[in-house]
Design a protein around this ligand. Structure first.
Ligand SMILES: [Zn+2]
Length: 96
């Protein structure tokens, strides 16, 4: 018997869940480094964040990614990368 398992992903900042691909995956790799997993291929402990600037800012301010990943302070470059990713993906979408 096969059971289809749909993982529910929760944004660490706003706590909303989404099964779709609107969430960015942030991964802490076995060596302790943390990166944005844009393709969903990197193994490691993952945390999810909405592809929204508000959620990036909130997670950064409250250190929610650090907490979710049990990581130490995340590099500024990671947040810059996420912000760039959001800008790139929201480019074609109308403003809500
Ligand atoms: Zn969110």
């Amino acid at each position: 018997m096969k059971t289809k398992h749909i993982p529910v992903r929760t944004c660490v900042a706003c706590r909303s869940t989404d099964e779709k691909r609107d969430l960015m995956r942030i991964v802490r790799q076995p060596d302790g480094s943390v990166c944005h997993d844009a393709r969903g291929k990197i193994s490691g402990r993952g945390a999810y964040l909405c592809a929204k600037n508000e959620c990036i800012a909130l997670a950064k301010k409250r250190k929610q990614l650090e907490r979710a990943l049990k990581a130490t302070a995340l590099p500024e470059t990671l947040f810059e990368e996420l912000t760039r990713f959001v800008e790139a993906t929201t480019d074609s979408q109308p403003k809500a």
